[in-house]
Design a protein around this ligand. Structure first.
Ligand code: NAD
Length: 275
């Protein structure tokens, strides 16, 4: 199964489908990430705050997969935005992952009340220059935060990783990203199981029509919308199911009826309220 790649604004490529490990128990991370790598995922999305970078690193080491076939993302936590602290944070993450660089390093939240996200971004530019991250980007940034980074630095973020699913489709940030060359990564792509997305008629009808599961339909919706997506599951069966999404295609009508589910309702926190 070949996962499509997307070319980022710095020329590096990223597999469009990956595996996320938010809320994966550190004790279980090695087993679960090993399952994902065996299934065929080559893109793993973790973060310092998930406290499972060591397990991710152990699974990578055990897999024997050549480093250049893997795409590993981690994230700088909110209390490490000061330059010196950010530099030690990437070293700590690399040490836990057992890697000499990550493919993508993100600032996790802008924490606007502290007004230090530009400083964090300038630190990420230095981390990229030092070869410790191939690409750099941000997460949970609103338009005003992106504008400040673009005006105040030499680098346009390669990605913005934001809450995004059919019920919260983030049209404004997607349009801004398209205009500025910032690719969008969808977090909580399945709505984190916090509302009955799979029970929506638009989703269940498409699942029935294609003989697939509602989760597979929703993952296809992200892929066909050009979004980068990394659903999370602890179960090997679902990990495999979520990867098996290249044997069917949603029709334009099916996509349109899922687009119509956008209610502007988040399942997670508003970025301006995380400080
Ligand atoms: P998700 O939308 O991927 O949902 C995960 C939930 O869906 C789990 O409860 C799982 O049991 C269920 N699920 C998975 N596959 C299923 C299937 N085939 N059938 C039925 N149920 C299924 O939510 P997420 O994990 O929060 O988001 C994905 C990734 O995004 C995370 O693991 C993490 O890497 C990233 N993330 C980033 C941020 C951020 O602030 N940057 C925040 C949250 C998540």
């Amino acid at each position: 199964m070949t996962v499509p790649t997307i070319t980022l604004n710095d020329g590096h490529t990223i597999p469009q489908l990956g595996f996320g490990v938010f809320l994966v128990d550190p004790q279980e991370a090695e087993r679960i990430v090993s399952d994902a790598l065996e299934v065929g995922y080559r893109h793993i999305d973790t973060a310092a705050i998930y406290k499972n970078e060591e397990g991710v690193g152990a699974a990578i080491a055990k897999s024997g997969i050549p480093r250049d076939e893997l795409f590993i993302t981690t994230k700088l936590w909110n209390d490490r935005h000061q330059k010196a602290s950010a530099h030690s944070a990437i070293d700590e993450s690399l040490d836990k992952l057992g890697l000499d660089h990550v493919d993508l390093y993100l600032t996790h939240w802008p924490t606007p009340a502290k007004d230090d996200y530009l400083e964090a971004w300038l630190a990420l530019e230095e981390i990229k220059a030092a070869g410790k991250a191939r690409s750099i980007g941000v997460s949970n940034h609103q338009v005003e935060h992106l504008e400040k980074l673009i005006a105040g630095s030499e680098t346009v973020p390669a990605v913005n990783q934001i809450e995004l699913h059919p019920a919260f489709a983030q049209r404004e940030l997607r349009a801004f990203g398209a205009e500025h060359g910032i690719h969008i990564e969808s977090w909580g792509p399945l709505g984190q199981g916090k509302y009955d997305l799979f029970g929506e008629q638009a989703v269940s009808a498409a699942a029935e029509a294609h003989g697939v599961t509602p989760a597979q339909v929703v993952i296809r919706w992200h892929l066909q919308n050009g979004l980068i997506v990394f659903p999370k599951s602890n179960s090997r069966e679902r990990i495999a199911q979520n990867f098996d999404v290249f044997g069917f295609e949603l029709t334009a009508d099916e996509i349109a009826s899922m687009d119509a589910l956008d209610s502007g309702k988040r399942v997670g926190s508003h970025p301006n309220e995380v400080n």
